[in-house]
Design a protein around this ligand. Sequence first.
Ligand code: DP6
Length: 361
Amino acid sequence: MTDSHFKSKKLDSIPLEKGSFSWQSPSNIALVKYWGKKDPQIPMNASISFTLSTCNTRTTLIYRKKERPDNKMRFKVIFEGKPKPEFHPKVEEFLGRIHAYQPFLNAYEFEIHTDNSFPHSSGIASSASGMSALALCLMSLERKLDPSISDEYFNRKASFLARLGSGSAARSIEGPLVVWGEHSAIESSSDLYGITYPYQVHEVFHDYQDAILLVDKGVKQVSSTVGHGLMHQHPFAKQRFQQANDHMKRLIPVLEKGDLDSFIQIVEKEALSLHAMMMTSKPYFILMRPNTLEIIERIWAYRRETGSKLCFTLDAGANVHLLYRNDEKDLVKTFLEAELAAFCQNNQFIYDQAGRGAKEF
Ligand code: DP6
């Protein structure tokens, strides 16, 4: 499939005057990481994530037909009830990129009202849930203009558009496990959009838990977009993309059999490889904080002492995601609150779990 599949039908008239659509989209946590891309937002390796449920963005898109049509994108962003001009450049770039696939956008002016369920400065990336929610609202508008589009096309194109806003957003439409990036061992996988993981998944993963330890809520010194860019000249880039694709393949029997020991090996290695790339790029940088390492060591000690299958992963920041099976929930809660919370900024953490994807509201 090529991107021309996602160019919307040419509409003879734009019949809708005004209205609104609202979508709630989840964040996601990658097990195999996307780090490195080429234009236009094409990943250098395949990735897979758990879709989350508690951490999400709620967006309402209000559209009004322009009185005098022009070639400009006209929109306002209102974040948590207040105008947020700081978000305009990112949204403008996004709308500019997707215009080729939704040419009717220029006929409208938009108000984008958006809120996150997680604290604003938690260090949790809101670009995945935010871009996904906005892409879904825009797809609702497209479907209202062209009711013939199927549910499958709707979700695929929502993921395709979300990807053009932020790569990982392609994985925030459906759930609980989503693959983005073409991989020879994964049927129907694509660089253009995310698909729900197509093979058998052991029941232990159906309700997997993710507790997010907020280690450092400050603004990151290096954004993901800059970090991706540094993979272009990276001395270990080729090996890293190969490693990620190997991990994707190795995960298939692990997910099928519920082999948690192998799952832990792959997931933790991915997290540390991601940060190893940051530490060896030019310029090098470190996003982990001393408390990130303290927490990792305590997880390893806890596993040695108790035989628990708790493991960790990291995103592009200092926060630690604890991943564990649902039946370890009470034990992990006790351990987290007694031993790990002290290493979080203001003792803050969030309990989340694998979820089913975005919802209209
Ligand atoms: C470390 O999706 O935030 O979380 O495409 O530039 O918006 P852009 O980057 P982004 O990168 C996410 C990187 C990651 C790994 C992952 O989610 O796979």
